[in-house]
Design a protein around this ligand. Structure first.
Ligand code: TAP
Length: 457
């Protein structure tokens, strides 16, 4: 029995859609993001309840059981996940969304009554499958279950063209005949296309691909709104698709990339080249006391935080060190690269947690001219975002990405545990430069020792 009339359901869907729009608005600033998130969750809750109360639902116990299983898995995972693992969680949730939309469209095939709805079904199956498979590979790259370098093989572009042509043929067959076999072929080709799309993307470009796949999932959900005749899915999917597309373009332009270049670059052989990693060349290593002397006698220090700072959870010690240096009259600022860490805004959130004043945080364009007047650039757990190969080595996976001009500083100190490369998997020549010193060890441990040595100066 339907407890809600069609009109009431439409009003509640409208309320949910407004919540989603307000959520996006809230999420656009760190100050309002938490509220935005809650408004979005409320909108999703209203939408879910409306579905249950306004439709005749078969198999209710099964549906409730799957919701319970999903919640039992997702709630503890979301609670336990570290900040540094957030992008892979987002990739996974995103992929599951795309995959679910593809499966729903598959099941709706038997109810399809017009070529238009068959077209929407074909689109949803294909793009949903691409999003699912692509997100799984992105997850594997981010979780470092596989290499983060571009994966290519001879004939890859030809295979991709064959897959796309096959998908168009299977899609046409699905629209014209409505046959299940065509849907199965389309689903399979979509999965292959998703894998092929992400494999050649190098580590440094993965954040942009997450955002692109997110836009794909949005489009899939919007198309499944057409298939199911559900306005809310249409609105929510369009919002996700549009915001994902805007974010993809914004991130690509912040990194000096074109979206086409990222996806097709490796196919052209452009981004597969790179330097070899883990060489045995000598480097200059130092003790915490040496680093404390360098810092303590500087006039101007620029800290470059990166992923390693987050892994070591060293933000509080870093903030304490900055305060101790400032107490000695030294000017300290933090250089924030847009993709430092593993998600947009990662460093801002981390340093805000340690109460580093926002005026000390400087974005890349603002801080870059300052490196040449700085005595020490202290690079804490960052690597790719300071790698000069982005400027000097055409063919490197990060070539063209704007970087922090750390090499211009008089002295550069790296705090890292080993000579292992960063996420992009390429060597950093700056580690071997004469002005560079390395303090090996976990960032928190090293910073604690440097802090007490600075205090003892
Ligand atoms: P990375 O280039 O990944 O370098 C991190 C460095 O931290 C490594 O050199 C690592 O060296 C060191 N490290 C790790 N754990 C440490 C610890 N406990 N103590 C001290 N050092 C530690 O990081 P980045 O410079 O921040 O650049 C970010 C990279 O991630 C870019 O390639 C970016 O494209 C990619 N990415 C970014 C995002 C977003 S949106 N921000 C999302 C996904 C991927 P050792 O192992 O030798 O210690």
């Amino acid at each position: 029995m339907n407890l809600l009339s069609f009109e009431w359901a439409a009003i509640l869907y409208l309320i949910a859609a407004v919540c989603f729009i307000l959520a996006l608005k809230g999420l656009s600033s760190p100050k309002t993001a938490r509220r935005g998130n809650l408004i979005g969750a409320f909108g999703a809750f209203v939408a879910l309840v409306t579905v249950f109360l306004s439709m005749r639902i078969d198999n209710l116990p099964w549906i409730l059981l799957t919701i319970a299983i999903g919640s039992a898995i997702a709630a503890p995972v979301s609670r336990r996940v570290q900040m540094t693992q957030m992008p892979q969680l987002v990739a996974l949730f995103n992929g599951v969304g795309g995959g679910a939309a593809a499966l729903v469209a598959f099941l709706e095939l038997s109810h399809s009554e017009s070529p238009w709805s068959a077209l929407a079904i074909a689109f949803t199956i294909m793009v949903g499958a691409v999003s699912f498979a692509g997100s799984c590979i992105t997850f594997a790259k981010l979780q470092e279950l596989m290499t983060t370098r571009p994966v290519t093989f001879p004939g890859q572009p030809v295979v991709m063209v064959v897959v796309v042509l096959g998908a168009i043929a299977a899609g046409a067959a699905l629209v014209l005949t409505g046959q299940v076999w065509a849907a199965i072929v389309l689903l399979g080709l979509g999965l292959v296309a998703g894998v092929m799309l992400v494999l050649p993307v190098g580590g440094a470009d993965v954040p942009i691909v997450i955002s692109l796949l997110n836009a794909f999932t949005g489009l899939t959900v919007a198309a499944s709104g057409l298939v199911l005749g559900n306005v809310l899915l249409l609105v929510a999917g369009t919002l996700v698709g549009a915001s994902g597309t805007i974010l993809t373009r914004a991130m690509a332009s912040a990194m000096g990339r074109s979206v086409g270049g990222i996806i097709f670059g490796a196919f052209r052989g452009g981004s597969t080249a790179g330097s070899t990693v883990q060489s045995d060349r000598p480097v200059r290593s130092a003790t915490p006391e040496d680093v404390a002397i360098l810092l303590g006698y500087a006039e101007k220090v620029i800290v470059v935080p990166g992923y390693g700072l987050a892994v070591a959870q060293a933000q509080h010690t870093m903030a304490e060190l900055a305060t101790a240096l400032e107490a000695k009259g030294i000017e300290v600022s933090f250089a924030i690269h847009p993709v430092a860490g593993r998600m947009p805004g990662h460093m801002n959130v981390l340093l805000a947690e340690a109460n580093v004043p926002t005026e000390s945080l400087k974005e890349m364009d603002e801080i870059n001219p300052e490196f040449k007047t700085c005595d020490v650039a202290l690079v804490v757990g960052a690597n790719d975002v300071v790698n000069p190969a982005a400027k000097t080595t055409p063919g490197s996976p990060i070539y063209g990405m704007p970087i922090l001009d750390v090499e211009a500083a008089r002295q550069v100190v790296f705090l890292k545990r080993s000579m292992r490369p960063g996420f992009a998997g390429i060597e950093n020549e700056l580690l071997y430069e004469p002005q560079t010193t390395l303090l090996f060890g976990d960032a928190k441990d090293s910073l604690t020792k440097v802090l007490s040595a600075v205090k003892a100066l």
